[in-house]
Design a protein around this ligand. Structure first.
Ligand SMILES: CC(C)(COP(=O)(O)OP(=O)(O)OC[C@H]1O[C@@H](n2cnc3c(N)ncnc32)[C@H](O)[C@@H]1OP(=O)(O)O)[C@@H](O)C(=O)NCCC(=O)NCCS
Length: 386
């Protein structure tokens, strides 16, 4: 059909044009985004010398059950408007997934506004990214609850350490950010100047930080929070206090959080401003299961039959053994419930209970079975866009 490969400079420009027309990015913004991903993390589908489609792909690691699983984060998928519904997106994605699979990346992730397309490639919903909009007055807090000061690049190691401790080690779905992702979380990639503020305890240790940038102009000025990490009540209260003091010029504050995030309980009427669905794809079950964090108290062997419609080379009976929080997937065994990549993604992400899988066209695994012990429900709220 077409060749899928890293773009030449001319093809990179053509892909940037697709980003502009598809997502409404300003041309220089699209150019910068593509440049930042060149050469390794851009793929285009080229036919007869024309760029039909392109995407960005960033290899990171994702926290699941307290362990880190390598994941290919995919974004910026765009097909030339006049060539849509001809299979270009499917073709490009299948090639890119195959490439990551060959390199040993066990998982792929993306935000889906077109679930049908991604489900046909074996992705399933794993979580949500929920951006709330609140007024500064709703944020409350008291800036003097901790020592606060503006942070500088010298504080970066401490910021990364507290992110790891408070977010990465505790929240399913959190990313061990690539350098590129960190630049975005720190506001270094975006238009405008970011502002970083940290909260410190009595011993002078960083206990939380906030990163935001202004968007728009008065009277519609917003503060877009790019990262908010608080490891103590004092840090959360102080950083909220800093945000609430923006009220004289800032009309609204946007931040990625969860509807039931304890840090948001103070905001009675946080309105959802944006909601994106995170989908994941198990590229290689043995790799994903071997790196996943399972419930520590479970000691269980499960049997089933693996069926991957896109990459069928590992199809057949499998045995999944879970012990001391670790999983091992081996080929062979008596077989059993037919598990597809979609079903396994839903189970691993804990977005559905095994008994609910039938709703997704998956096998009927019943409640109170060994499957329920191995695959508990999890709640994934993403903070990073990609
Ligand atoms: C979304 C997009 C990438 C799809 O590209 P495409 O080449 O048209 O997709 P494909 O032809 O490979 O579609 C494969 C399947 O996906 C589904 N699909 C694709 N576009 C769809 C649409 N607009 N509505 C519903 N289903 C759609 C269909 O099931 C389709 O199979 P079918 O055509 O046999 O019914 C393209 O519309 C696009 O560039 N949109 C703007 C940017 C964007 O939304 N990117 C995705 C961000 S998550």
């Amino acid at each position: 059909m077409a060749e899928v490969r890293p773009p030449s400079l001319y093809e990179a420009e053509a892909y940037a044009e697709l980003l502009t027309i598809s997502f409404g990015l300003a041309p220089d913004q699209a150019d910068r985004l593509v440049q930042e991903h060149l050469p390794d993390s851009v793929r285009v589908a080229v036919a007869d010398g024309a760029v039909m489609a392109g995407l960005l792909t960033d290899r990171q690691a994702q926290s699941w059950g307290g362990r880190l699983v390598p994941v290919a984060c995919i974004g910026g998928g765009a097909v030339a408007p006049e060539s849509r519904r001809q299979g270009w997106a499917f073709h490009l994605l299948r090639a890119v997934l195959g490439e990551h699979r060959t390199q040993g990346t066990a998982l792929a992730a993306l935000y889906a506004n077109n679930p049908q397309l991604y489900r046909s490639l074996g992705f399933e919903q794993a979580g949500l990214r929920w951006v709330a909009k609140v007024s500064p007055a709703q944020v409350g807090g008291t800036a003097t609850a901790a020592v606060v000061r503006r942070l500088t690049p010298q504080d970066l190691p401490a910021m990364k350490a507290i992110y790891r401790q408070v977010v990465l080690n505790r929240r399913d779905g959190a990313l061990e950010r690539s350098d590129r992702r960190w630049r975005r979380a720190l506001g270094l990639q975006s238009e405008g100047r970011p502002w970083w503020v940290g909260a410190f305890d009595d011993s002078g240790a960083l206990t939380g930080y906030i990163v935001w940038r202004g968007q728009g102009t008065i009277p519609k000025l917003s503060a877009v929070v790019l990262d908010f990490v608080a490891g103590s009540v004092a840090a959360a209260t102080a950083l909220r206090g800093v945000l609430s003091q923006l009220s004289s010029t800032v009309q609204s504050i946007e931040l990625a959080t969860a509807p039931d995030d304890p840090a948001l309980w103070w905001a009675d009427s946080a309105r959802p401003h944006l909601m994106e669905r995170l989908f994941i794809r198990v590229l290689e079950p043995a790799g994903a299961v071997g790196q996943w964090g399972f419930p520590a108290a479970v000691d269980q062997a499960l049997h089933g039959t693996w069926a991957d419609p896109i990459f069928p080379d590992g199809d057949g009976p499998f045995t999944l053994e879970v012990s001391s929080g670790r999983g091992a997937w081996t080929q062979g065994g008596p077989g059993g419930a037919r598990l597809t990549p979609r079903a396994l993604a839903a189970l691993l992400a804990g977005r559905v209970a095994p008994a609910e899988l039938a709703i997704l066209d998956g096998p009927s695994l019943g409640s109170g079975t060994p499957w329920s012990a191995v695959f508990p429900r999890r709640s994934v709220w993403m903070r990073d866009p990609f």
